[in-house]
Design a protein around this ligand. Structure first.
Ligand code: PLP
Length: 480
């Protein structure tokens, strides 16, 4: 029981319940295999099981754990399930969880260097390690004018990149006077993630400021000639191309825009080149899977999410810039209560200037734990196994005449459909999802429905892929 007057768990109770919480997680993981992957509840089912108000008196901590089993687990879609293949993975791992737990236990708020120097400096070093591990250009490292930062999500990183781009393009005017009727234009392919449009909305440019560029129908990659033509047309009309978004692994099909060619097409306009490799970027831990990042030397910023495929519990999105001055120029603000000698010395990085929010937790700790526990060789094995399993799926698709691939497999993502048509494709997918056997998600490619199967969990084996495939085949057969 918590202390009756204060509610605090005693140190001994904290240890005991802490062990029980870790045991709960280990038991939950052990049970995943037998749980339906997608939540089987209707709207309101979970709410109905919860009291209308918080308890007046403290309850034993065990009551919370019991409610996880009774109330929460049935209402979960199990993202850590070995047959979770929907969207992109949001991998957790034992090392990352312990790192995250330690971060909570330390409870430091690393908004500026001075509020906990280790939070900032560990983050800088871990991001330099990861930059090197991914083969990123040296300009992104923190020992030059650039550097990396852990953001909550790729959406925030893209928004941040846009703010930096506006700062640079306006010569600092935007932070003083706002975007006004600046005629700003942002470019991305029709396959760019929706966070690009959202960034334009949040930056006050409006969604119409985003000009979508056609893709090559065969690869779904941005048509760079069309980009060049669009920019020339806009410049002739007096508009200002502020940022181009390069998809390096699009959400829908894993399409890879040509970074170098895009950068070349916008060079004369000084347009900021932001590379969004939210999912695919981490594959570059394997030297043989770096091809999609060719040309990155010409980019201004780059984001990839270890919280997707690289075993680092959500949220951990790693964002690098070539020149941090644009970023801090756009966002730095120093109220009196945050003034300190270290900031004034100019010798330290204050991460509050690298993203919209002030407060920040020690997210780098979980990434540090992952990098140290797995080692780069462990991470490479994990990525390679996902890619090999995706290739296995592609082979299964090829061996069944009723199915066809929609695009070439992209790393660990396979996109396919039933030849019979959209309705049949979506019905087969929904039958598998409803059965709980596996969880897949859909997209449209050139206006036609397709099934996406994204491998990523460290628990997924070939047997899981085969079982999912059999379920899809049965669903296809059931349609006659
Ligand atoms: N960019 C791409 C290419 C993505 O696939 C996603 C999510 O799947 C995002 C951005 C957004 O990621 P986040 O949830 O980290 O904002």
């Amino acid at each position: 029981m918590p202390d009756e007057t204060t509610g605090h768990l005693t140190p001994e109770e904290f240890r005991r319940h802490g062990h029980a919480a870790i045991d709960w997680i280990a038991d939950y993981w052990a049970s995943l295999e037998d749980l339906p992957v997608r939540a089987q509840v209707a709207p309101g089912d979970v709410r109905r099981l919860l009291p209308a108000a918080a308890p007046e008196e403290g309850e034993p901590f065990d009551a919370l754990l019991a409610d996880l089993d009774r109330v929460v687990v049935p209402g979960l879609t199990h993202w850590q399930h070995p047959r979770f293949f929907a969207y992109f993975p949001a991998n957790s791992s034992p090392a990352a969880i312990l790192g995250d737990l330690l971060s909570s236990g330390i409870g430091a708020q690393g908004m500026i260097w001075a509020t906990s120097p280790a939070v900032t400096e560990v983050e800088q070093v871990v991001l330099d390690w990861l930059a090197d591990a991914l083969g990123l250009p040296a300009a992104f490292r923190s020992d030059g004018p650039g550097g990396g930062v852990v953001q909550d999500t790729a959406s925030t990183a893209t928004f941040t990149a846009l703010l930096a781009a506006l700062h640079r393009a306006s010569g600092g005017q935007v932070r003083r006077h706002g975007v006004g009727a600046g005629g700003w234009r942002v470019y991305g392919s029709t396959e760019a993630h929706s966070s690009l449009v959202k960034a334009a909305m949040m930056a006050g440019l409006g969604e119409d400021a985003v000009r979508t560029v056609a893709v090559d129908p065969a690869t779904q990659a941005m048509d760079v000639a069309a980009l060049g033509a669009a920019i020339r047309e806009d410049v002739a009309a007096g508009l200002r191309p502020v940022m181009v978004h390069v998809a390096s692994g699009s959400t829908s099909t894993g399409a890879m825009d040509d970074i170098g060619a895009v950068a070349e097409a916008v060079r004369e306009h000084g347009t900021w080149v932001h590379v969004d490799a939210a999912w695919a970027g981490v594959a570059a831990v394997c030297p043989e899977h770096r091809e999609h990042l060719a040309g990155l030397e010409a980019a201004d910023s780059f984001v990839t999410n270890p919280h997707k495929w690289l075993l680092t519990t959500f949220d951990c999105s790693t964002f690098w810039v070539r020149d941090r001055a644009a970023l801090t120029g756009a966002m730095s603000i120093l109220p009196e209560y945050l003034r300190n000698a270290a900031t004034e010395s100019g010798e330290v990085v204050d991460y509050r200037d690298w993203h919209p929010q002030l407060g920040r937790r020690f997210r780098a700790l979980k990434l540090w734990a992952v990098l140290r526990t797995y080692g780069l060789s462990g991470l490479r094995s994990h990525v390679r196994s996902g890619i090999a399993l995706a290739q296995h799926v592609a082979d299964l698709v090829a061996a069944d005449d009723r199915f066809e691939m929609v695009t070439e497999p992209a790393l660990s993502l396979v996109v396919f459909r039933l030849r019979a048509g959209d309705e049949q494709t979506l019905a087969a997918m929904e039958a598998v999802n409803a059965s709980g056997e596996a969880y897949l998600s859909h997209t449209t490619v050139a206006g036609r429905a397709a099934i996406r199967l994204a491998v990523g969990s460290w628990r997924t084996t070939q047997a899981d892929v085969d079982r999912t495939w059999r379920a899809l085949q049965e669903a296809a057969s059931a349609q006659g």
